[in-house]
Design a protein around this ligand. Sequence first.
Ligand SMILES: [Zn+2]
Length: 202
Amino acid sequence: MATLKNGILSAPHVHQRIYAGLEKGHLPHVHALVIHQTGAPTAQHTFNSYQNSGHGAHFLIDKSGTIYQTAHLNRKTHHVGKIKSKCYETRICSKAQLQAVATILLQKGVSYSAITKNLHDAEKIKAYPDRYPLNEDSIGIEIVGNYNTQASAYESVSAVQNQSLQWLLGELFGFFKLSKADVYRHPAVSYKTATEASTATW
Ligand SMILES: [Zn+2]
């Protein structure tokens, strides 16, 4: 039986390993959950990077299926990056909205990085779920999994990792009144390698 108090998820198989450097201020609302893979072979690699970098997520699921909580759930972390347009990717929006996005995407004489920034700036002012989740309203879950440069793909999420993920999602659905529709793989939301978390299921 899990409890959530002051941003800490307490349960027998959730280990607390909070990295204060990951926490970037208040996270008042959680509208969505974003699933990642670390691109590193062990949890320790990620813990080492968390000591020095300000980028990370709220949970880390180890190879063994052990769940570590690495940031308070009422604290924002930097795990998403610039978001794509949900309207453009899913086409579930009005014609006028789609037209506005297309205008940004097709702007001539503008660099790719400027286009992605302009698109992010236009998307972030929309209300969820009309846009993809932001750092400002989502919880990030990292799954330990290396990126294989020869195969140009992330390794598969294991059965025990996936079991832990599903348990964790179930708890978070309950605490934050979310559903499967609010769970996103990182590459669906932002500009990431397509295979990141592609083998995770829920
Ligand atoms: Zn990611």
